[in-house]
Design a protein around this ligand. Structure first.
Ligand code: ATP
Ligand code: MG
Length: 233
């Protein structure tokens, strides 16, 4: 069984179905990308893995069935989430936001602080700054750092490049490579297909709640439809 197994996942908001029979798996140490347009269901997919939606089907993480588990328990199992737009605590400073991420991994706080400050030195310099006064890119970094503080065995990143300038995107790119070198298993949900293709070993296309295609970035680039629609070439 794979590290993360998702089978026939269906998620609903009231009567509206946001995910329709989504199946895929992630092996330990892999970085995979879920790419697709606005409203495709990318955030819903990550929200479902962390226990924030009503879903049917099967999700198992390291052999544990996640159905019905509250987010707190899922995070405790070792899944870290950097949600879209961060969801930080705006009136708390950078350091305290990181500490919130650490509350389920208290024994490794020192080690994880060191790792986060090494990867994202800006957070080290801004420890005392209120999160609400950070720029968009700085918030994105804080969100990533906070997810890492929970000492995750699987890291979910939702739109890590959303609205960021190219120079900040390259900073996030370096951090993702850094996380991979530290053995992280990562799922990136992104609209930015070129960015995701540069880091993920495998990509899945999510369109209107359905995974329509999957493969290595090269395989997907080999498909004319994907090249035209997502790579603009
Ligand atoms: N809380 C909610 N209540 C009702 N409908 C929702 C809710 N959240 C998402 N949806 C709907 O579910 C569908 C999938 O949304 P989702 O946010 O997962 O897409 P996405 O791929 O993350 O899009 P984006 O790239 O814009 O972030 C959309 O049609 C959206 O309108
Ligand atoms: Mg989204």
């Amino acid at each position: 069984m794979a590290f993360l197994e998702v089978k026939n996942l269906e998620a609903y908001y009231g009567k509206a179905q946001a995910l329709k029979g989504v199946s895929f798996s992630v092996e330990k140490g892999e970085c995979i990308g879920i790419v697709g347009p606005n409203g495709a269901g990318k955030s819903t997919l990550l929200d479902s893995i962390i226990g924030l939606t009503h879903w049917r089907g099967q999700i198992t993480f390291d052999g544990v069935d996640l159905h019905g588990l509250p987010p707190r328990k899922i995070i405790k199992l070792g899944i870290g989430y950097a949600p879209e737009r961060g969801n930080l605590f705006p009136f708390m400073n950078v350091k305290d936001n990181l500490l919130v991420g650490a509350y389920l991994a208290r024994e490794k706080i020192g080690e994880n602080f060191r790792a986060v400050f090494e990867m994202l030195s800006l957070l080290d310099e801004r420890q005392k700054q209120q999160a609400g006064t950070l720029s968009g890119g700085e918030r994105q970094m804080l969100s990533l750092g906070r997810a890492w503080m929970s000492d995750p065995r699987l890291l979910l990143l939702d739109e890590p490049t959303l609205g960021l300038a190219p120079i900040i995107i390259s900073k996030i790119a370096v951090t993702i490579e850094d996380l991979k070198n530290r053995g992280a298993t990562i799922i990136i949900a992104e609209q930015n297909v070129s960015f995701t293709a540069a880091h993920a070993e495998r990509l899945y296309l999510l369109e209107r709640g359905t995974l329509t295609m999957g493969g290595t970035p090269e395989e997907l680039k080999g498909e004319e439809y994907v090249r035209k629609t997502y790579f603009g070439i």
